[in-house]
Ligand binder design. Structure first.
Ligand code: NAD
Ligand code: UGA
Length: 464
């Protein structure tokens, strides 16, 4: 059986970096080289100021870096040397042409496959780590087989289930590892080779082996089911607000039914992140492509509900502030799409800020990990107004108290722990009155804040 001693990973992002760091940590006898076209990112992986913020990651990287974990821009050399190549490149929603706004853009995957095909001189196992539409492995196999240089490839699907902010723990103690491959002697041997790597630290009974297509489809399905729970509870949050119910009490009451379970029932300003929306849109596109419009419409509703939730939050702020926020200072606490990450992709903050700016508010922001440049880039990408106007109307602070000073209202967007321990009395004293607080995460003690004088509006909290 193939014993792997050299791995290459194409893509040093939120998945490639942490995943390979943990493989290198747990398998010291395997050389792991992570490559990327982004030289700045590769350089940052070589310092103690890693390109992504992820609790516990630096310790793991430091343990293996220079021993058996390497970061490089020499993609060809790493491909040539490796017996197993992970593709961990980005697969965003297409922004052009056929399938625009829905289908996954597979150009980075295709480019990587072509590079592998061109450079390889020895047999390789190619592993899809990126999230891909079902049957992508077929296209990868086609590309790989085009170059008739006698090299044999096996393609596996090994989707990643880590969540940002908890990536290291998720990688150390995964609920399961999924490996799909061809049910041929060569395919089964490749599945075993990858299983052996994970078995260094994951109990074998947690390593699920399937056909290729089941593995690819399971990843999209897992994300769709998770996002569906958030949209379901968020839809109920709207009903709570008009009926006087409390969404946290409802979530607790239903989550104690062991068939439903307590996780992923936290109502919020809307889910963000680089994957839920893109993967559901991908599922919608695939369903339409295969002639299943009812299936497509069913999943599309999860996205519609999420967009509604973000809009509803911004609209609530404007309505509460006497139907206009023009010239009023609104402080946003948090810009990242969840706590413990510096990732802002599809964060609700972008859309809430954009709606408030369109109503001519002065928006001030504080986030402990997100740099101002990322916030402006996020807003400029929407193209609602010229970049110069975004720069003028959105102020970024490095201190929560400064961001909230003289504000008419504060909106909690990200559930950063440090927001719970701020001196809220001091914040209240320095705000314009009446002082409004919109809690998009329900992380604060609303009773105590009301006693201070805050006017509180929170997701899914109806008035008695
Ligand atoms: P990312 O954008 O952080 O990283 C992708 C990296 O690939 C970038 O650094 C980019 O420069 C590099 N790249 C692109 N084309 C390349 C090429 N031809 N050669 C070399 N490098 C190239 O993306 P990510 O968040 O790590 O996601 C990667 C994949 O993993 C996606 O398919 C995503 O859906 C999936 N995924 C992401 C998460 C997550 O939490 N972010 C979790 C599970 C799965
Ligand atoms: C998600 C999945 O949880 C991972 O299993 C998957 O691997 C990953 O997508 C992916 O494929 O990229 P991630 O997006 O990093 O991980 O983070 P989540 O913890 O799932 O949170 C996503 C969004 O949902 C965040 O904005 C979060 O605040 C929100 N959320 C989550 C809620 O609003 N309520 C909840 O109960 C849970």
């Amino acid at each position: 059986m193939t014993k792997i001693n050299t791995i290459c990973c194409i893509g040093a992002g939120y998945v490639g970096g942490p995943t390979m760091a943990v493989i290198a940590q747990k398998c010291p006898e395997i050389k792991v080289v992570v490559v990327d076209i982004n030289a700045e990112r590769i350089a940052a992986w070589q310092t103690d100021d890693l390109p992504i913020y992820e609790p516990g990651l630096l310790e793991v990287v430091k343990e293996a870096r220079g021993r058996n974990l390497f970061f490089s821009t020499d993609i060809d050399a790493a491909i040539e040397e490796a017996q197993m190549i992970f593709m961990s490149v980005n697969t965003p929603t297409k922004t052009y042409g056929l399938g625009k706004g829905r289908a996954a853009d597979l150009k980075f995957v295709e480019l990587s496959a072509r590079r592998i095909a061109e450079v390889s001189k020895t047999d390789k196992i190619v592993v899809e780590k990126s999230t891909l539409p079902v049957r992508t492995a077929e296209s990868i196999k086609t590309i790989l087989s085009e170059y008739k240089n006698g090299v044999k490839f096996q393609v596996l699907s090994n989707p990643e289930f880590l969540a940002e902010g908890t990536a290291v723990n998720d990688l150390h103690y995964p609920d399961r590892v999924l490996i799909g491959g061809d049910q041929t002697p060569g395919g089964l041997e490749a599945i075993e080779a990858l299983t052996d790597i994970y078995a260094h630290w994951v109990p074998r009974e947690k390593i699920i082996q399937t056909r290729l297509w089941s593995s690819e489809l399971s990843k999209l399905t897992a994300n769709a089911f998770l996002a569906q729970r958030i949209s379901s509870i968020n839809s109920i949050s709207a009903l709570c607000e008009v009926t006087g119910a409390d969404v946290d009490e409802v979530a607790y009451a239903i989550g104690t039914d062991s068939r439903i379970g307590p996780k992923f029932l936290k109502a919020s300003v809307g889910f963000g992140g680089s994957c839920f929306q893109k993967d559901i849109l991908n599922l919608v596109y695939l369903s339409e492509y295969f002639g299943l419009p009812e299936v497509a419409a069913y999943w599309d509703q999860v996205i519609i509900m999420n967009d509604y939730q973000k809009k509803r939050f911004a609209r609530n702020i404007i309505h509460s502030l006497f139907n206009t926020v023009s010239g009023k200072k609104i402080a946003l606490l948090g810009w990242a799409f969840k706590k413990d990450t510096n990732d802002t992709r599809e964060s609700a903050a972008i859309y809430v800020a954009d709606d408030l700016l369109s109503d001519l508010a002065e928006v001030s922001v504080y986030d402990p990990q997100v740099p101002a440049s990322a916030m402006y880039a996020d807003l400029n990408y929407l193209q609602t107004r010229p970049a110069a106007e975004n720069k003028e109307m959105l102020k970024v602070h490095s201190d929560a108290y400064e961001a909230c000073k003289d504000a008419h209202a504060i909106a909690i967007i990200t559930e950063w722990d440090e927001f719970k321990t701020l001196d809220w009395q001091k914040i209240f004293d320095n705000m314009k009155k009446p002082a409004f607080l919109f809690d998009g995460r329900n992380i604060l003690d609303h009773k105590q804040l009301k006693n201070m004088g805050f006017k509180i509006k929170a997701i899914g909290k109806g008035e008695d």
